[in-house]
Ligand binder design. Structure first.
Ligand SMILES: *Cc1c(COP(=O)(O)O)cnc(C)c1O
Length: 320
């Protein structure tokens, strides 16, 4: 098994990403501060290259491959943003990429992945196992599998978003982070160990897929069927064997939010912050909005994880 990544690995990933990833802006809003009673800092990874933090982990992992692995190419399985991230990182680093995507993946995400020059292989999310398909392609063609969250370089790369936030905003009392398989949350935990030892960390996942909360509270990784939620980037079935111990070591708690709360948060992002945020990217803010009274007067970070959503779907969700 891979060793757990360390806080130093997050700093090393930040060096690798310099000049390739954007240092995304931190947004604030007096109106949000007024409504929540907290002092809120949004880390805008919806403005990251390819529209989500996933570029950080994918580029970090691909940039560390040996020459022979680079020539053979990489394979990844993803419902969207990890696919685009691996496709873009592979194009920048001049490697062939094959992406395994569900037939019902958002159209814009499939189009973007193809646009970055990757080959796309489809599968049925309900009846087929994407991990098995990815492993079979890897074995058959000598490709290196780049998992979406349970990989030391991916976790370290994802942690650079929180590291930048800790560098840009002093004295955060708490940080809310969206949670799927836990790459972003585990990376943020490592960044906090390095740069914000007193900041409390909270993971937020969809109520329909509360495996992370159950795992966190029970101490065993809980597996669930694919959850039914509009947060398509967090439809994971379980935390990873690397992400889970890091999360357990450093995270304070894991909260869940409903799809209706996600839409409410999406509306605030659009109307108040003038930002398009995909449903999964609204998880962290949705939880803070509900829990705001507990954080009155505190400095609170919110990791806005991505902005990739088909505009017709976005309009339909907001019109509900
Ligand atoms: C992948 C993704 C997540 C969840 O990240 P994990 O590392 O799997 O926990 C959250 N938000 C967006 C936009 C994503 O693409």
């Amino acid at each position: 098994m891979n060793p757990l990544p360390s806080p130093a690995d997050v700093r090393a990933a930040a060096e690798r990403l310099r000049g390739h990833a954007h240092r995304t802006p931190v947004a604030t809003s007096r109106r949000v501060d007024g409504e929540t009673g907290a002092c809120v800092f949004f880390k805008c990874e919806n403005l990251q290259r390819m529209g989500a933090f996933k570029f950080r982990g994918a580029f970090t992992a691909l940039s560390r491959l040996a020459d022979a692995q680079r020539r053979a190419g990489v394979v990844a399985y993803s419902s969207g943003n990890h696919a685009q991230a691996v496709a873009l990182a592979a194009r920048i680093l001049d490697m062939p990429a094959t992406i395994v995507m569900p037939h019902d993946a958002p159209r814009s995400k499939v189009a973007a992945t193809l646009g970055y020059g990757a080959r796309v292989v489809g599968y049925d999310r309900v009846t087929e196992d994407r991990e098995r398909i990815g492993a079979a392609l890897a074995a058959e063609h000598g490709l290196t599998l780049v998992p979406p969250y349970d990989h030391p370089d991916v976790i370290a790369g994802q942690g650079t978003a929180a590291l930048e936030l800790f560098e840009d905003v002093d004295g955060l009392d708490a940080l809310f982070v969206c949670l799927g398989g836990g790459g972003l949350l585990a990376g943020s935990a490592l960044a906090a160990e390095a740069a914000a030892p007193t900041c409390r960390l909270f993971g937020v996942e969809p109520a329909a897929g509360d495996d992370g909360q159950r795992s966190f509270r029970s101490g065993e990784i809980v597996h669930i069927p694919t959850p039914d939620t509009i947060a398509d980037g967090a439809q994971t079935q379980h935390l990873g064997t690397l992400t889970f111990p890091i999360i357990r070591r450093r995270v304070t708690d894991i909260h869940t939010v409903t799809d209706a709360e996600l839409v409410d948060a999406m509306r605030v992002f659009a109307s108040t912050l003038k930002m398009v945020v995909e449903p999964t990217g609204c998880l962290a803010f949705a939880a803070l909005r509900r829990l705001a009274p507990e954080f009155a007067g505190q400095r609170v970070g919110v990791l806005v994880s991505g902005g990739n959503v088909d505009l017709d779907r976005y309009a339909t969700l907001l019109a509900r």
